[in-house]
Design a protein around this ligand. Structure first.
Ligand code: G3P
Length: 215
């Protein structure tokens, strides 16, 4: 399974990319706004750090505006994927952009039927937001399972990016269900490294070594 980072924070992206675990990056308007920097410059810098797909989101709500923004964003670097919201206008824009060979990531997906439409018009990625479904007492991961089955049934090549990840269990469940990608916020990625038994184990090994050889 591929790991994308769900952030626009350059320092964190650089830090984890150096570990060799980052296959791509996803951003959205909220994440870019949080950094308080120029949108296009941030996307350009990210795309120079990580070779894999970098998702940059359009702000327009109509097809024409989406296509115009998408063309500008796609010119920033060859690894840009255009994030487009799951609306009728967005689906139309995706249909047009996909035919031109521009990679689209359909975002704000909350049902398998929405994912099916995204795949039909040739989206490269589809992003089910599972944490936001959990937040309203649904089982977010259920739609990932259903989308996997649908894509396999019809051999759709659209890759599933499990998004809105809140904790490491979400990553494990996404992997168990065969999702192609998990896009993970830095804070959740960091949690994977911390296990009390790993820390205790290291301490014990070093302690035993010291007792035996450092008298
Ligand atoms: O990339 C978008 C998605 O992951 C947002 O997550 O935490 O705002 O629901 P969240």
């Amino acid at each position: 399974m591929k790991f994308f980072m769900d952030t626009a924070n350059i320092e964190r992206i650089r830090e984890y990319a150096e570990l060799g675990i980052v296959d791509g990056v996803t951003t959205n308007p909220s994440l870019v706004a949080k950094e308080g920097k120029n949108f296009e410059e941030v996307i350009k810098e990210i795309s120079s750090i990580v070779k894999g797909p970098i998702s940059a989101e359009v702000l327009s709500l109509n097809t024409e505006g989406m296509i115009e923004e998408a063309k500008k964003l796609a010119n920033i670097a060859p690894n840009i994927a255009i994030k487009i919201p799951m609306t009728k206008e967005g689906i139309k824009a995706t249909y047009i952009l996909s035919q031109k060979g521009i990679n689209v990531n359909i975002t704000l997906v909350f049902s398998p039927s929405q994912a099916l439409l995204a795949a039909k018009v040739g989206a490269k990625f589809v992003s089910p937001f599972i944490g936001r479904l959990d937040d309203i007492s649904h089982i977010g991961m259920d739609i990932v399972s259903s989308i996997r089955t649908i894509f396999d049934n019809y051999d759709f090549q659209t890759e599933i990016i499990v998004a809105s990840i809140r904790h490491p269990r979400h990553i494990v469940e996404a992997a168990e269900l065969g999702a192609d990608i998990a896009t993970v916020p830095p804070a959740v990625l960091e949690k994977i490294f911390h296990h009390p038994l790993t820390d205790i184990g290291i301490e014990r090994f070093l302690d035993d070594w010291r007792k035996a050889f450092e008298k």
